[in-house]
Design a protein around this ligand. Structure first.
Ligand SMILES: Cc1cc2nc3c(=O)[nH]c(=O)nc-3n(C[C@H](O)[C@H](O)[C@H](O)COP(=O)(O)O)c2cc1C
Length: 237
């Protein structure tokens, strides 16, 4: 069993990375092979909208005119049984790196031959030989968990990626801002700098990794199904 984490943080040793590492340790503790791809270390160029991938209705992984590292990441996705999408919350959403990456993989992993609610031409997954479990991890610097709904537009969007991978989302984590000291009024403008990762948050990530590996082992991951997708929105959890 292989679990792949795609981490779109800009800081390789901080919050998102530590949470993702913890999730992978959890998965490894119940037998998974794990790997984290730091997207910041890869050559990922912007999509040019040439539609080469979109026009190819046959390939399992559609071709692209850009020669960079996205192709090797797509091969890792093909191999994986579980995929963790990880990003900091930036401006209420995921990082630009994550959106740039998702633009590049959308029609390489999906054909525009699907139908949702009667609308033809929708994306449907190409890699249908197995269902992949998906989990999401986001970390915030200012907004505590109680205020998640005001700043976490990224998680529902990341969970939709389960469709690209022909699977469903089995869990998500929002690591909200926790401050280890009481901030003085003048310190709130620097709140990102005082944000600390807690043992509870790391444990939650570890448990998510365990859950992902166990769901994969139990062979209960459902493949992408547009009806379920529309009914359950982000598919499950
Ligand atoms: C450009 C930018 C925008 C941010 N926007 C938000 C935000 O909307 N809400 C929030 O709670 N934190 C925000 N933050 C703080 C990050 O979410 C926080 O520092 C996060 O833990 C960073 O993850 P990292 O440690 O993996 O880099 C922002 C940080 C940056 C650099």
């Amino acid at each position: 069993m292989k679990i792949l984490a795609l981490n779109a943080t800009y800081r390789p040793t901080k919050t998102t990375t530590r949470l993702t590492q913890s999730a992978l340790e959890g998965a490894a503790s119940v037998g998974a092979n794990t790997e984290m791809v730091m997207l910041r270390d890869k050559n990922i160029q912007f999509c040019k909208n040439c539609l080469t991938c979109y026009k190819d209705l046959e390939s399992e992984i559609a071709p692209c005119t850009i020669d960079d590292d996205v192709g090797e990441i797509l091969e890792k996705i093909r191999d994986a049984d579980g995929i963790i999408m990880a990003s900091p919350v930036h401006c209420g959403f995921v990082t630009g790196l994550m959106t740039a990456f998702v633009e590049r993989i959308a029609f390489r992993l999906c054909r525009p031959t699907g139908e949702i609610m009667g609308l033809k031409g929708c994306p449907e997954p190409r890699l249908t030989e197995k269902a992949r479990a998906v989990a999401t991890i986001v970390s915030a610097g200012g907004m505590p968990i109680e205020m998640r709904e005001y700043c976490d537009l990224g998680t529902p969007w990341l969970k939709e990626m389960a469709g690209f991978f022909n699977g469903e989302c089995i869990g998500d984590i929002y690591a909200g801002a926790v401050f280890t000291k009481k901030l003085q009024d003048e310190e709130w403008s620097k709140s990102f700098l005082f944000r600390e990762l807690t043992e509870e948050q790391l444990q939650e990530a570890f448990d998510l990794g365990v859950k992902m590996a166990e769901v994969i082992k139990s062979e209960k991951v459902r493949p992408y199904n547009p009806e379920i997708f529309m009914k359950e929105g982000d598919q499950g959890n």
